[in-house]
Design a protein around this ligand. Sequence first.
Ligand code: MG
Length: 495
Amino acid sequence: MSDYDKFVALNVKIADISNSMSVLNWDQEVNLPKNGLEKRAKQISTLAGISHELLLSKEYETLVKKLQSQTLTSIEKANVKEAAKVLTKNKKLTTDYIRELAETQTLANNAWLEARNKSDFSIFEPFLEKILNLKFKECDLIGYDRHPYDVMLDTYEPGLTTERVEIIFKDAKSPLLELLGKINKKEVPNNSFMLRQYNKAQQWDFGIYLLKQMGYDFDSGRQDLSAHPFTTSLGPNDVRITTRINEQNLYEMIWSCIHEGGHALYEQGLPADQYGLAAGEYASLGIHESQSRIWENNVGRSLSYWKANFKVLKDSFPDRLANVTLVDFYKAINIVKPSLIRTASDELTYHFHVMIRFEIEKALFEKSIKIKDLPSVWNDKYKSILDVNVPNDAQGVLQDIHWSHGSFGYFPTYSIGSFYAAQFYNKAQKDIPNLEGYIEKGDMKPLLKWLRKNIHQYGRVYNAEELCEKVTGSTLNSKYFMDYANQKYGGLYEL
Ligand code: MG
């Protein structure tokens, strides 16, 4: 067995354990009875320990070192290079640190749940302080050149820096505000028909229809219900998604299906023969999100898409949508209106929710704001940027789960994902003559084929910005998103 084959075998073993953890996690979200939770947490942490031991074993380190000086193919080289990066980072985190973080995360998450239920930030505050201090420690253990927050960003978006995010957001902020200002002067379209009673079983069937049309492979995945929709890969031929159905709201199921479907198509399109290796894994969270948002927004909120699908939807709910025209529907699914909650916001104001979180996180890592002042900092920013009044902590600073997990640096990947999506979609429109024509006919194959060829097949051989440059000819630029937004909303709102 060559050194490279031994290296692959060890990586496959680590991936097997990690995918087994994913099965347990999936089961926890979808099936687990309440009393099973405690043991389940233990089972998952046992597997995490085993996988960590394998990763930090002498055998693995020696192999990675040896392979760095051997002649390998370019993909093998990329796999070894990525493995060396992961190894170096993990070696800097002490076992004590990892254990303390895991324990604090559980406590902080419970405190956050209670704080949010009672809408009282002070319950969460001491736990947030603990978890932040641990994250400051992580920055010191890992090390950084310019900004401690770079360490956080790098976890989700390898290579992304604070400075780069500032540039990307600064470029996007004023054109977005300008467009929003124009839209805000217009009347908000009617969407009351979206909030009628829509039967659960029929919603479910319509979701399955959309997923099949996108090309989601039900022989290599399945859909279930869960409180919060998510996608999880349990291996290259088992990529599962979940959705939720609200009988009084037609939006939730449809766009959660399309969004998670987009994530799942990416995972189903990763090269299965690179299982356990960087070339078989997603490039970054931003790229992952780009794959969900290209389907959710660029495709799933377009007129072409609904030219293909509105009749099927109407036939599923004839009495609910009898007098609704395609144009009414298209307007209702693209309402832009500043609001309090990130996850319920439209595709334009969404980015301000993210920018606010980024500004706050950056300030926390610069220690220029105090944790106890977070609710007032939050409320002031929402007032000054989105002109909305935050009535309480639950709908303000406590709305997202991320900080209770210590997931700082995660939020920017959402906006960056949308910007990548627009840039990729622009290129796909150039590469596929009459793409909109295919979509209007419900034929999503040309787009999926393009995504498979240009993005999915590469896994993490390239980092996000390299991949973007390879596909589109330039690094990430929010101008593509603004072009898309100005064109679409200019038409919709007759600006
Ligand atoms: Mg997502």
